[in-house]
Write a protein that binds this ligand. Sequence first.
Ligand code: PGA
Length: 251
Amino acid sequence: MRKRLVAGNWKMNTDLNDGFLLLKDILNEVREAELEKCDVHIYAPFTHLKIFHNSLNGSGLMLGAQNCHQEESGAYTGEISAQMLASIPVQSVLVGHSERREYCGETNEILAKKVNTALANGLKVIYCFGETLEQRESGEHFNVVKQQLIEGVGHLTVEQWQHVTLAYEPVWAIGTGKTASAEQAQEIHEYARKIVIEMSNDGVADATRILYGGSVKPGNAGHLFSMEDIDGGLIGGAALNGESFAGIIRA
Ligand code: PGA
C-alpha cells in the first residue's frame, strides 16, 4: 500500500516574511491525524530553506528545494549544489519540473545527472515529467512520457528507487486552471507504472508513488486521488494558501 503524498511547490513566490506567515498558516491547518495517512512536503525557495528547517522541526512535514545543480561543486556561479541543500538539511528536491525544462533548457540527460547527484547526497527526489499541449494533440504523449522516464530515471537501481517519487504534470494543465480529467491522468499514471516495471521490476513499480500535478484544487483533488495509480499531488497555485493546501491534504 503506497502512502499518499501531497507536495507544495511554491515556485518563485513569497518573500521571506510572507513565506514564513504562509508556513505558519499551513502548520496550523495540517493536523497530526492527517499526517498519518498522507506525507506532506514543502518545496520552498532557496532563501527560505534554513529558517523553514528550524520551524518545521518536529512537525512531520518534509522540506524540499525546487532544484539543484547536476555537478557536485565548482565554477557554476549562482548555482546551488545538492550537498549545500543536504547541509541545511533539506530532505528532498524537485527534478525536471516543466518550467525548468522549458525556461532553463534542462534536458533528460542533464536531469538524469541531477537525480544521481541528489541521491548521492542523501536527498530524496521528485522527478517530474509530462507532455505539452502540442504533443498531446499530435498523439505523441505516450512516447514523450516514456522517453522522459527512460532517459531521466531509467538507470536507477532498486535501492535508488526507494528514494524517488514520480510526478506526472501535463504542461497544458499547469497554472492554466485546466486540470487533466481523473481518467486522463489515470491513463498516463498506469502507463508510467508499466514503464517502471520495464525499467526496474514489479516490486519497484508497486512501491513507487506517482503524483499528479496541474491545477489541483480542494474541489478536484478527491476525484483525482481516488484513481488507482494516482498517489497524491504536486500542487502549485493552491499550495500558496494554507486553507486550500490543507483542503487538498484532507482530500
Ligand atoms: P499548479 O502547478 O498547481 O499551479 O498548476 C503545479 C506545478 O507546477 O507543480
